[in-house]
Design a protein around this ligand. Structure first.
Ligand code: CXF
Ligand code: ZN
Length: 372
């Protein structure tokens, strides 16, 4: 069948999303055809455009997606036509070493995430005489995709898909960074660097975990305000300001943990996050940067003497099949806010405006609403 989608054909300073006509193959074994209703504009797709993330090109963008199943291929048991689904940007097979030991965010099927082929190696999209990959095996910047059932999570029909879409990446990635990876606890002091689409959810997670002091660090006033609305107890416009604040709040002891969720991670913010924590504290790095750049440059001696931990996390170390629905359960009872996160919506043809707004700092989360 024919569909349309926003494709990254080349990377670099002038690169952008090009809405292109695509040929889409029917679903094969363990695959399904989905009509996307909504796609979140995450900074990781911007990292594709800049070349920070080394993806096989051409690639259809979009790894935060929610939609409706239109057709299923042979052997699909998880969903049926008509089901509403939110997708995980990490497929979960359920049987590999990582899945079977409670770490399904590290599932071996994720090996071709940036190549954009489905588990088994198939490219379902074609255009201009070649195969086109789909970001994280999803490609939610297309009107329709064929995806693996291992990426799909069925959700209740009454949930608004234009809000539920945010639990495909941004919400569990941020929330889990605080709750699961940083293990924020009651009474803690936690510092969150960057309160955009991921960091704002680290704020929500830290609040849920009972932190006493949640310090949101962001140069943009709109992001600091949103962070305070969703649970930050303090905010700071710079790392230096946050340092002074935390020294005061903790009588010179330092924060229990810090979480790095800036759009582009560099060595400066990681060092600030390292310096601000107490003895035995942790730095959790969730954001991405240019893959070849050494974004961690720290005194190993300080790490040793103060027994500090520096750790990375993907998907906030959440388990997609469990935590995607859990985030939605918490949304229903008002403990995870989604409506407040969506700052602007766009049509597919407006996607480059959406990314310009992201670069200009205007969005917590922009969302593409696909035409039905
Ligand atoms: C990223 C992680 C690397 C692959 C693309 C998605 N996570 C969140 O945006
Ligand atoms: Zn993302």
């Amino acid at each position: 069948m024919k569909t349309r989608g926003a494709v990254c054909w080349e990377t670099g300073p002038k690169a952008h999303w090009e809405v292109s006509e695509l040929e889409l193959d029917p679903p094969g074994d363990h695959e399904l055809l989905i009509r996307w209703v909504a796609a979140g504009l995450c900074h990781s797709d911007e990292h594709v455009i800049t070349g920070d993330l080394p993806c096989r090109l051409p690639l259809i963008g979009g790894h935060e997606g929610a939609g409706i199943v239109e057709e299923v291929g042979p052997s699909v048991t998880k969903v049926k036509p008509g089901d509403h689904v939110v997708c995980s940007f990490l497929p979960v097979c359920g049987t590999c070493r990582w899945c079977s030991t409670g770490r399904s965010n590290l599932c071996d099927l994720g090996a071709t995430l940036l190549e954009g082929s489905l588990p088994g190696g198939a490219f379902k999209f074609h255009a201009r005489g070649g195969d086109i990959g789909a970001m994280c095996m999803l490609g939610s910047f297309a009107e329709r995709s064929v995806i693996s059932e291992y990426s799909a999570v069925k959700v209740d029909d009454d949930l608004p898909l234009d809000k539920a879409v945010l639990v495909g990446c941004g919400v569990p990635t941020g929330w889990g960074s605080a709750v699961y990876k940083a293990k924020v606890g009651p009474g803690d002091t936690v510092v969150i660097y960057g309160t955009g689409g991921i960091g704002i959810n680290a704020v929500q997670g830290a609040r849920h975990a009972g932190a006493a002091n949640i310090v949101a660090v962001d140069p943009l006033a709109n992001k600091r305000e949103k962070a305070e609305e969703l649970g930050a107890t303090h905010s700071a416009a710079s790392g230096a300001e946050a340092g002074e604040l935390v020294t005061r709040l903790t009588n010179g002891v330092g924060a229990d943990s810090s979480i790095v969720t800036v759009g582009t991670v560099d060595a400066t913010v990681v060092e600030q996050a390292f310096d601000i924590i107490r003895k035995g504290g942790s730095v959790t790095i969730t954001g991405l940067g240019p893959i070849a750049e050494k974004t961690i440059q720290l005194s190993g001696t300080m790490l040793t003497l103060f027994e500090k931990t520096v750790q990375g996390t993907i998907f906030g170390s959440s388990n997609p099949m469990y935590d995607i629905t859990k985030m939605l359960d918490l949304y229903r009872i008002g403990q995870v806010k989604l409506d407040e996160l969506c700052t602007n919506t766009y049509s597919l043809d407006e996607i480059n405006q959406g990314y310009q707004d992201l670069r200009d700092g205007k969005n917590i989360r922009g969302v593409v609403l696909h035409a039905s």
